[in-house]
Ligand binder design. Sequence first.
Ligand code: ADP
Length: 481
Amino acid sequence: MTTESELLIDKAYVAGQWRDGVRRFVVTNPATGEVLAEVADLTAEEVREAVAAAEAAWPAWRRTTAKVRAALLRRWYEAIMAHQEALARLMTLEQGKPLAESRGEVAYGAAFVEYYAEEAKRVAGETLPSHGVDKRILVFREPIGVVAAITPWNFPLAMITRKCAPALAAGCPVVIKPAEATPLTALALARLAEDAGFPAGVINVVTAAHPAEIGEVLTTDPRVRKISFTGSTPVGKTLLAQCAGTVKKASMELGGNAPFIVFDDADLDAAVEGAVASKYRNSGQTCVCTNRLLVQAGVYDTFVEKLAARVGELKVGNGLEDGVAQGPLINAAAVDKVQSHIADALEKGGRLVCGGEPHALGGTFFEPTIIADVTEEMRVARDETFGPLAPVFRFETEEQAIAMANATEFGLAAYFYARDYRRIWRVMEGLEYGMVAVNEGILSTELAPFGGVKESGLGREGSRHGLDEYTELKYVCVGGL
Ligand code: ADP
């Protein structure tokens, strides 16, 4: 079996070649502070070369048959799953998440490659009724062209495959700019794609420690036709503005402020399990993680008590150790943000139920925290914490819960637990969110369209809708018949 060290690569991947950069940057293990690798830190000029390589690969790539692209994707999928354990260990080393979650992410990320291997064969155009007896209307679905994917550190593998698999299936070459904290998983993925047989230039990985410089190249180069970004809302807004100059298409998967609503009629034990899964997964560092728990007055105290008992069981530690449910946070800035949200809530009258402090393990480990009696004046009501803090708000009526849930500029994921079927329909329809989970704590799957409304983003990833993001329609009018 391959080990993680055999998949550990410190070179960027451009035009089918593994390249040392002029500069390098350090990748560390957030659980131990240990240096894992010094990775090629590409310059703007080197990134332009990657764009040129993708552009050069495009004409041949778009002309391959769907069957050929499907077979390559399928081989990549099989390679990823054959190396699931090594990829998972590498991911835990650079990202910190528990090994069980890393294994889950490898399978989840690979599922996008499998899905789009199948979907590649279904990128169909259409013929439409025409506007004249001597004319015909044909609609082709064509690949959009070179795609730049800028991805975050919280899902080092799945955020790449969720963008690249549909792009490749559609016939687009890709330039991937992984997060500087987690380039190793991206490079290992590229190695497996190379082994699967993708032609040179079709997949490029540009590792870099200066994202603004690279982002500028990718958003302003006219050869890049599409940007797909997952990350923070401020960076997304900057990239969107930069895309305006070349009228580039953009998909943006940005921040959230997910409400998790528990109604009086909910199954409380199921709600507690759902809340733990959606709040503390990846130490609270996902864009669909619950940010605000809204609990109806009649079950408030019981829910908080049950949640505290369950959260008390979460083992914090190095993700490689057995039984660990929560790893370290990604860096010191992440810890500062959690601490500032806790301090603000406690200052304004919040009640600390458990946790609240950096963990005794030191580093960036943090105690899973619950604060009760939280109000809308507190920062946690508006800002995404991106850490293991569960603030519990109280509400009285269903209308109030929906209003509180929607009182944010974000609109990514929302969760609620209830049993009354009429209430379920009312709330489901009342929530202004791209995704709603009813009596479920986890909703991501390659089979469904993932994405947000309002300032949470543009476009969808996953399902057949995820492929549309990488195609353009060409209308052809055939006349004189
Ligand atoms: P987070 O706060 O979760 O780290 P970011 O939005 O900063 O989220 O990072 C997501 C991705 O965006 C990473 O790959 C990062 O390198 C990249 N990034 C950050 N700033 C910029 C920028 N100004 N231009 C382009 N990419 C950027």
